[in-house]
Design a protein around this ligand. Sequence first.
Ligand code: CAA
Length: 259
Amino acid sequence: MSQYETLIVEQREGGVTLITLNRPQALNALNSQVLSELIAALEAFDADASQGCAVLTGSAKAFAAGADIKEMQAMDFAAMYGTNHFGGYDRVTATRKPVIAAVAGYALGGGCELAMMCDFILAADTAKFGQPEIKLAVSPGMGGSQRLARAVGKAKAMEMCLTGRMMDAAEAERAGLVSRIVPADDLVEEAVKTAATIAGMAPLAVKANKEMVNAAFETGLTQGVAFERRLFHGLFGTADQKEGMAAFVEKRPGNWTGR
Ligand code: CAA
């Protein structure tokens, strides 16, 4: 039996952890229990050397329809600011191994923000992204104004935050919010297959690639390129670099040790 009430966590072949948000009665609205279980599941995934990549998904109808409005409704400034409400999501983005969001249906408010915290988003043709918090007289609070603006640029981010308009999968792909669109029925298996490809790469190189792409959003170009180069140089201190290049020359697959 799963140790979680709001998630289903499965280990798939090839080092893939599949995490499914599971509050169907609330369209996977993100309450405190979802967050604490998600942190626990991601920390367990990160610590398990047999696992190389995670997929985070929801249901066919909703990846997640936002933060749980019913949980927040009665909260005041002191409760929000005093507890740094949503601050726990920083632990989601601290995951060192890659996490792919597989989004079908609604990814709204915190749901869109959670998808954007992942390393990339694969979208079903049914996916709908939005930041409708303005309609509740609030705003994104899990990083949406920042990550959406970086992903799709100011014009679309501003329009979406100010009007609550949703973006469909085709627009999201054109705008660069998602890496690819796949038919809804194939979404999870395609995401798992992509995750297995990543999990089959040398583990230290995977972490380094993730870290350097993320640095592009935190630094200027010169500093970012220097950071990339230092990590690249560092990979030449790994046994897997020797193995990877020898395997290429010897025309055989690499056999990784994670060292
Ligand atoms: N929080 C709590 N409950 C939610 C929810 C949410 N974000 N979204 C949906 N639900 C609940 C509904 O209240 C409903 O429960 P009941 O059956 O008990 O009434 C159930 O899920 C099914 O939802 P609907 O009946 O509304 O389903 P629908 O198909 O008619 O509409 C929807 C779907 C358009 C997604 C609609 O549910 C909706 O607009 N949801 C809210 C979207 C939203 O505003 N999200 C932002 C939340 S604030 C936030 O996320 C802050 C932040 O930045 C972190």
